[in-house]
Design a protein around this ligand. Structure first.
Ligand SMILES: *Cc1c(COP(=O)(O)O)cnc(C)c1O
Length: 465
């Protein structure tokens, strides 16, 4: 073992060879030295553990190269969404509108009046940047923005219900991906959850009977990623709001996604934010990067007297939005105010693309990929289903089109091809269906088609080698 350990090159040796032989990306010398130390150390450990480690210079240099590439490269890679899930949390949710992008660029390049009142020349509030716009768009009395909707719910409950009870239907004890669970958030906020009704049915009487002197409010939660169908019932919003008002309780509605535009797909209607405001809820919360189509944000709308309380909570300092997300939100809200958000805001556009348009795109992509056929690929336009994702329109399948790819004949089965697409420099995220690759055209951005063709060529080349 000692003999093997002695054959490991020294840090200096590896450093010289790395600098001479490898085409390393630019990096600080110390980063390279540390990477070499790390590789040597892990190789030593492997040997000491009795494993047969490859200690050849070329192998160690390869590991060093990989380590340096990992450190100098970008992990937050841009990807192509060919999976057909519009609001995909794994893929960063909403792509920004061009107005939002411009706003972010302007905010990040230099200084901005983030918390500076330009009229009076005194310290201002960052919330003021979007508050009037949000109120104008929704009809709410007041608005407050925080980091995300989870933070919004936490702030609302901690401020208005800590140490008291909040009544929620058993059918709405939601878990959103990434461990956001309504009962947990309530616990975190110091509020006490009172569950009423059953999984499928909750009635007004259930809410009314659960009210005690300790009750702070009644909360409705959007069942973002599931639907209870069949023998199911929930009270109307107006009834909940009325009961809360009668008993001097706060009515809260966590809308989840929150669409500013009316949205109806396949006969399923997503409640818009203004509809929730009109229903009279005291507090409404929703995300900025789901159906709204902006950057990460949590938006709280509601009655001024409650919002004033939220604005005074010191927790807000920990939950406040950063200026880039705020710029993205304001840019997106401008799209809604100026008009044309249906086409300007990518998420809203992708939800509304006409079937004929999708078909046209899929046929075009099929044509573009058809040179692959002579090399043994199968390329076909297909009908398919896409999803809104992001806790919106749960269980609503969007009819769409795509291209189905099969390269089995040249020795590339679907899972290998999927992996190839996923691991390339500009990754392409696809679906697999019936052992074939499915490219959904709905979420493709301009230029993505060329990349998909290039990726197929690369895959073919690799298999030929
Ligand atoms: C998505 C969602 C949340 C969490 O929102 P984030 O902006 O991701 O923090 C909370 N509640 C509901 C109902 C949701 O759909």
């Amino acid at each position: 073992m000692q003999d093997i350990l002695r054959t490991i090159p020294s840090v200096d040796q590896l450093l010289l060879r790395a600098q001479a032989d490898l085409e390393l990306p630019a990096c600080q010398r110390q980063i390279l030295v540390d990477a070499i130390r790390k590789i040597i150390e892990s190789t030593r450990r492997e040997i000491l553990a009795g494993a047969k480690a490859d200690v050849t210079l070329s192998r160690l240099l390869q590991l060093v190269e990989k380590e340096v590439q990992l450190l100098t490269g970008r992990n937050l890679k841009q990807v192509i969404n060919a999976a057909g899930i519009i609001i995909h949390t794994g893929l960063g949710r909403a792509p920004l509108s061009s107005r939002a992008k411009t706003a972010v660029e302007a905010a990040m390049a230099g200084y901005s009046a983030l918390e500076f009142d330009l009229q009076q020349g005194i310290r201002g509030e960052r919330n003021k940047i979007v508050e009037e716009k949000l109120c104008a768009l929704t009809g709410a009395e007041a608005a407050l923005v925080v980091n995300n909707n989870a933070a919004a719910v936490l702030l609302v409950l901690s401020t208005l219900a800590a140490g008291q009870e909040v009544i929620i239907s058993r059918g709405q004890l939601v878990e959103i991906g990434g461990a956001f669970r309504i009962p947990e958030v309530l616990r975190q906020s110091g509020a006490c959850l009172v569950e009423v009704g059953t999984t499928n049915r909750t009635h007004m009487a259930d809410y009314a009977e659960a009210i005690t002197p300790q009750t702070a409010g009644i909360m409705k939660v959007h069942t973002s990623n599931y639907r209870i169908v069949g023998f199911a019932a929930q009270p109307e919003d107006a009834q909940l709001v009325e009961l809360a008002k009668e008993r001097s309780l706060i009515s809260i509605n966590d809308l989840g996604s929150g669409t500013l535009l009316p949205l109806e797909i396949n006969g399923y209607q997503e409640q818009s934010v203004s509809e929730a405001v009109n229903a009279g809820f005291d507090i409404i919360t929703f995300s900025g990067d789901k159906l709204l189509g902006g950057g990460q944000a949590g938006i709280i709308l509601g009655k001024e007297k409650y919002l004033n309380q939220l604005k005074k909570n010191h927790l807000l300092r920990a939950l406040r939005m950063d200026k880039l997300c705020l710029a993205a939100l304001e840019g997106t809200l401008q799209d809604y105010i100026i008009g044309g958000a249906e086409t300007e805001v990518p998420v809203q556009y992708m939800l509304r693309i006409k079937l004929e348009e999708l078909q046209k795109r899929a046929v075009n992509l099929t044509k573009m990929l058809s040179p692959l056929i002579q090399f043994g690929w199968k390329v076909e336009t297909i009908e398919l289903r896409s999803w809104a994702g992001g806790g919106a329109l749960p269980a609503v399948e969007l009819q769409g089109y795509g291209v189905c790819l099969c390269a089995k004949q040249i020795g590339l089965n679907a899972s290998r091809l999927e992996k190839f697409f996923r691991e390339r420099q500009l990754p392409i995220i696809v679906r697999i269906h019936n052992d074939k690759i499915v490219i959904d055209v709905r979420c493709l951005m301009s230029g993505d088609e060329n990349e998909i063709f290039a990726a197929c060529q690369e895959a073919g080349k690799e298999i030929a080698e």
